[in-house]
Design a protein around this ligand. Structure first.
Ligand code: ADP
Ligand code: MG
Length: 697
């Protein structure tokens, strides 16, 4: 086989990219100003301050070392494949450098007698100790070793380390190094001054504490993380102030509708519900927009709280809009809330993507004319061309299912411009069963008010969770049968198959068929995401009315579905689900007074993470505890999705590990905004420097 021609070779000196192209590439990394470059800090370091004797280098298996020697031989071999083999010698012995990609000119560059400094991992190969594709440079006997660690920077495609280093060194001579934080503040917080911290991170002296450097616990790193977190906190507080400066329709009236509604409710609000209702009520009376997150575990009764907030908007003469992430859930809200409100004379409209064109036009007409007082729907509310006549309140259910942009889009759709008046933003209420860990609440969600329902309605018995090996399916079917004979309804959740929706559907259909056969005297229903909305609706209705004993379902029932008579849940291949998903699914039972059971079928052997998850499910029903463990297992980035976690905005600080710094930064931000606006300006200019997209809240 002929050797392929190779144009790109690993040579010591990469060519510097052309200036304009390079600027584009830097811009891609967000590096536009000299200060941006100065704040582009190394990912890690390489130690080129020492050389190891070749004889000892061989014992450093797997770690990168630097050696120096004179080329003893340099030749191209053709077997087993074309490669360049260079042997270098020092006083202690020899070492082979092997290049599989190389330029012909390298044989000249590395001619016998040349002195070479090479860095790489040493392995024991056929030729004794060897380095494959080491980084190397040609040196003289008196070429000094660098006296600082060599930084390795985050680099984009086509940007070499050498180019970045040069650009950064160059930028360092141009920037204004003044410290943005007053000395007294630095002293109180025990923070290193800015300039020495940055300089140390770009070129750490050889005696630096390397562990602290790589763990980012070094005082220089602490200073950078603090500065970054402070900038984040300052900009969040600003966003909050900007929101407060916007007008919202004040919704002062809790009148007839509210009291009539409370009277018709078949239950009394729990103390926790009463408390959050009061919090929301007070917010809605203000003439600036509420932005409140209502957290409550699955089944804690968030819907009725949302309905009361909507009643206040309607009582005050405005429209209330409720958006849910799935058709099933929107449909359920529609049914339930319309059943509560329509008898009280409220006009309710319904808008989802699956409506017929005619129905959509009708719904839009009602919404735009202001005839519809309460509007319930899915994403269609933001996707469809529809304007709200008098929006006062928007409610987003299961908010973690929506992206930031979608929530903003709904709110901005609600911007109302009355002739001759300043536009107003509607109040916003977000609901979620996924509790937000404290650090996240302080960072990304710093602009939110939070209300918590920390109590379940009375009379619930906690769900008992059991783990059962998948091969004991027969026993499970027997249990399902027994439950149905006691008039208890059952959910049977089919396994999640992430790679293929088609396969997931297939499994659901197969499971349905198998259960129909195994349980001939029961009525077994099927619901999945690919069904037409009308079909889905019908299946759900039959189940709600108790006409179906067993409902085979995909994860479409994961969020929000509320059928209190269902008290047994079977989840197949539970090991494939995430913790919060399992908790959401399990939350579909235990909604009535009957003791409920959740059977988690698993396929053994279980991996350590899956084992941990299932164990957590068996041990606790507490959503906050589950969220805490979920966070432990997954880390905050994944926990809420990178976009929501706020980590995406941070380059140096880690929300979990640097919690104490987050708290400090938050307090300092508050203090500076109150007492020292000049410092705020300086600091934001340095760290944000006009990057508006740093923060899109
Ligand atoms: P989630 O918080 O998960 O959205 P829901 O709002 O769906 O919970 O409420 C769960 C169930 O509890 C519903 O059937 C609801 O009617 C009922 N519920 C809500 N509040 C109370 C209460 N104070 N007393 C009794 N039942 C309640
Ligand atoms: Mg709900």
């Amino acid at each position: 086989m002929p050797a392929p021609k190779r144009k790109t070779a690993a040579t010591a000196k990469p060519a510097a990219p052309r200036a304009s192209k390079a600027a584009d590439k830097l811009a891609k990394l967000g590096l536009r100003s000299a200060m941006d470059l100065v704040l582009h800090l190394p990912l890690r370091y390489e130690d080129e301050t020492q050389v190891q004797p070749t004889a000892e280098a061989g014992f450093m298996n797997g770690t990168a070392v630097q050696v120096e020697g004179v080329v003893a031989s340099c030749e191209i071999q053709y077997r087993p494949r074309r490669q360049l083999i260079v042997t270098i010698a020092d006083d202690s012995g020899r070492l082979t450098m092997r290049f599989l990609n190389f330029y012909g000119s390298q044989t000249k560059q590395l001619a016998e007698g040349t002195r070479v400094r090479a860095r790489g991992e040493v392995r024991h190969g056929f030729f004794g100790s060897e380095m494959v594709h080491p980084a190397y440079k040609i040196v003289q006997e008196d070429t000094p070793l660098p006296d600082a660690l060599t930084p390795v920077y985050p680099a984009g495609e086509g940007l070499s380390q050498a180019y970045l280093r040069k650009a950064i060194t160059n930028a360092m001579s141009k920037v204004n190094w003044s410290d943005t934080l007053p000395e007294s503040l630095r002293a109180t917080l025990n923070l290193t001054p800015f300039e020495p911290a940055v300089r140390l991170l770009h070129s750490p002296p050889p005696d630096v504490d390397e562990h602290a450097l790589s763990e980012r616990t070094h005082p220089a790193w602490i200073r950078m993380k603090f500065d970054e977190l402070l900038a984040q906190q300052l900009s969040l507080k600003r966003a909050q102030a900007a929101r407060r400066s916007k007008g919202a329709p004040a919704l002062p009236v809790t009148g007839e509708l509210t009291s009539a509604f409370l009277e018709t409710l078949p239950f009394r609000l729990t103390t926790a519900q009463e408390r959050v209702v009061a919090e929301i009520r007070a917010d809605l009376r203000q003439a600036y927009p509420m932005q409140r997150l209502l957290q409550g575990d699955v089944g804690s009764g968030k819907t009725v709280v949302a309905a009361l907030a909507a009643a206040q908007a309607i009582d005050s003469g405005y429209q209330a809009v409720l958006m849910a992430p799935t058709e099933i859930l929107a449909d359920q809200h529609f049914r339930k809330i319309a059943a509560w409100m329509e008898p009280l004379g409220v006009n309710v409209a319904w808008l989802t993507g699956s409506l017929k064109k005619r129905e959509k036009t009708d719904a839009k007409g009602l919404i735009e004319s202001g005839h519809a007082q309460l509007i319930i729907g899915t994403h269609a509310l933001i996707q469809e061309e529809v304007g709200f006549a008098r929006p006062g309140l928007v409610i987003v259910d299961e908010q973690h299912r929506f992206g930031v942009e979608q929530r903003l889009a709904l709110r901005n759709k609600g911007l109302a411009v009355a002739p001759g008046q300043t536009p107003t933003v509607p109040h916003q209420l977000m609901m979620s069963a996924t509790p937000i860990p404290r650090t996240l609440a302080m960072t990304f969600f710093a602009d939110l008010e939070v209300s918590v329902i920390d109590e379940l309605p009375p009379g619930r018995t906690p769900v008992v969770t059991k783990l059962i090996d998948q091969n004991r399916r027969e026993e499970v079917i027997t249990r399902v049968h027994a439950a149905a004979l006691e008039r208890r309804q059952v959910y049977w959740v089919c396994p999640l198959i992430e790679e293929s929706e088609a396969l997931q559907l297939q499994t659901a259909t197969d499971t349905h068929a198998a259960l129909v056969q195994a349980l001939p005297d029961l009525s077994v229903g099927l619901v999945h995401g690919r069904m037409k909305p009308a079909e889905k609706q019908q299946v759900m209705e039959e189940f709600t009315r108790g006409e179906t004993d067993v409902l085979v379902a995909t994860t479409v029932i994961e969020v929000g579905v509320d059928v209190p008579n269902a008290s047994l849940m079977v989840i197949e291949h539970a090991e494939r689900f995430g913790l919060s998903q399992l908790h959401q699914l399990r939350g579909r039972v235990g909604r009535g007074a009957a003791a409920s059971v959740c059977l988690l079928l698993y396929q053994s052997p279980l991996g350590p993470v899956a084992k941990e998850r299932l164990k957590t499910m068996r041990e606790t029903n507490d959503g906050f505890e589950i969220a805490r463990r979920d966070l432990e297992i997954r880390g905050p980035g994944e926990f809420l999705g990178a976009r929501q976690s706020g980590q995406a905005m941070l380059r140096f600080a880690d929300l979990e590990r640097d919690q104490w710094l987050v708290e400090n930064a938050r307090n300092v931000a508050q203090m500076l905004l109150r007492d020292d606006p000049a410092t705020v300006e300086l600091h934001l200019a340095r760290w944000l420097g006009g990057k508006e997209d740093f923060l899109k809240v």
